[in-house]
Design a protein around this ligand. Structure first.
Ligand code: AMP
Length: 405
């Protein structure tokens, strides 16, 4: 075992349908353990992890929920790393929504748990999952109970101007009930934005970029002079792009129609828009992008779904160009789809040639599986793929908070 092991952070990122986890050193960025539980609530939930370079894969069971999956990680995966566990100084949790009260990364105590609970209605698929992870870690590791840190997706959006975050509904809904755009995926957008400033050798405070985080959830952010000035997710992570199972933007009247004409109640509509829509709803088959990549040229429903996904994305990128104060340093693709699916980048950029985007087909095809790099021609506006690392970003923020205490 590495004698220099110290100051390690355990990161738990409980998503809506997957759980990512890692143990890493936030200073030298070395990852000792990383893994993911996929397909929660489906017929086959499985876990893959990598420890000291060796890969493992196991089926956990059927219809596994967050609690069962986190307990599996604790009981089956972590005991293998006893030496590493002794060197943990903190536990970092991704929390999607900080609600109206929490603006930045913070140590977790009972008040913070209550605030995260208060914000459940703003992120109904995510905050409950985040809370399960937090509560289990506090209970199972009492010696680290006061070293649990929450890193919020919404923090990155605190400086958005009100022209971006306000909805055009009576103002008192914002003042009295906190109804506004909060954004999500901020940890990832922030991470790739900082990576971009290093690649371009540009001060973060003068960086003008558009970042597209395309995963099971998907969002676009406009960053001007290092500040996020708009983002596609709204009060909840339901607004914006077409996602795996989420509808993204729609005419609010569709909800009234579903309710009044189709007699669906509000819970059913919420479930349809969050869990049965997006790529899954359009195709009727899958929310997994690997399916669409394979079938784009063979199956009508796959082509239709992907084309709608790219149409929506290119509309957002075009709109965000207008927020760039006459200069765009780069357009960034990241996330499971953004990093691994050349087809999406090709189809999206082909719609944006009028705005000066021109893809380099070879570079685009070559840039997959965690690789970062330029994918545009020299005559084009710059387009980069940048591999995100939310776990590293969370570990670094956790370490900063703990060392400040
Ligand atoms: P994320 O939420 O960032 O983990 O991304 C999940 C999405 O990325 C799913 O739709 C996956 O199908 C897709 N994805 C991940 N890896 C690949 C890959 N190698 N090829 C195609 N799609 C992928």
């Amino acid at each position: 075992m590495d004698k220099k092991l110290k100051n390690l952070i355990f990161v738990l990122n409980c998503g809506s349908s997957s759980i990512k986890f890692a143990i890493l050193n936030p200073n030298n960025e070395k990852k000792y353990l990383s893994g993911v539980v996929e397909c929660l609530f489906l017929s086959e939930t499985y876990i893959t992890w990598q420890f000291l370079g060796i890969k493992y894969k196991k089926k956990i069971g059927s219809n596994i929920n967050h609690q069962e999956a986190v307990n599996f990680i604790i009981d089956q995966v972590l005991p293998q790393e006893k030496d590493i566990f002794k060197n943990l100084i903190g536990i970092g949790h991704r929390v999607v929504h900080g609600g109206t009260k929490i603006k930045k990364t913070t140590l977790i105590d009972n008040n913070i748990i209550q605030y995260i609970e208060d914000a459940v209605s703003f992120a109904p698929l995510h905050n409950p999952a985040n809370l399960i992870g937090i509560k289990i870690m506090i209970e199972k590791y009492p010696s680290l109970a006061k070293k649990n840190v929450a890193v919020f997706d919404t923090s990155f959006y605190q400086d958005m101007p009100e022209t971006s975050f306000l909805y055009a509904i009576p103002y008192n809904f914002y003042k009295e009930h906190g109804i506004r755009r909060y954004g999500a995926h901020g940890t990832s957008h922030n991470y790739v934005a900082h990576k971009t400033s290093i690649i371009l050798n540009k001060k973060f405070s003068s960086l003008n970029i558009i970042t597209c985080h395309l995963g099971n959830g998907a969002s676009v952010s406009a960053i001007c002079n290092g500040i996020c000035v708009d983002t596609s997710m709204g009060l909840t992570p339901l607004e914006g792009l077409v996602m795996g199972t989420r509808s993204g933007d729609l005419d609010p009247s569709i909800i009234f129609f579903m309710n009044k004409q189709l007699n669906l109640n509000i819970d059913e509509i919420e479930m349809i828009l969050n869990k049965k829509s997006g790529l899954l709803g359009l195709s009727g088959i899958s929310s997994d992008f690997r399916y669409f990549e394979k079938n784009y040229n063979h199956k009508k429903h796959a082509k239709r779904s992907v084309d709608i996904f790219c149409h929506r994305l290119s509309k957002y990128i075009s709109a965000y160009m207008s927020l760039m104060e006459n200069r765009l340093d780069a357009l960034i693709f990241t996330g499971g789809i953004g990093e691994n699916v050349p087809l999406i980048r090709e189809l999206t950029l082909s719609r944006l040639s009028l705005l000066g985007f021109n893809i380099d087909h070879e570079l685009n095809l070559y840039t997959i599986r965690g690789k970062s790099g330029l994918i545009s021609k020299s005559t084009s506006r710059s387009v980069f793929v940048i591999a995100t690392d939310e776990e590293l970003a969370i570990a670094q923020e956790t370490s900063n908070i703990i060392s400040r205490k």
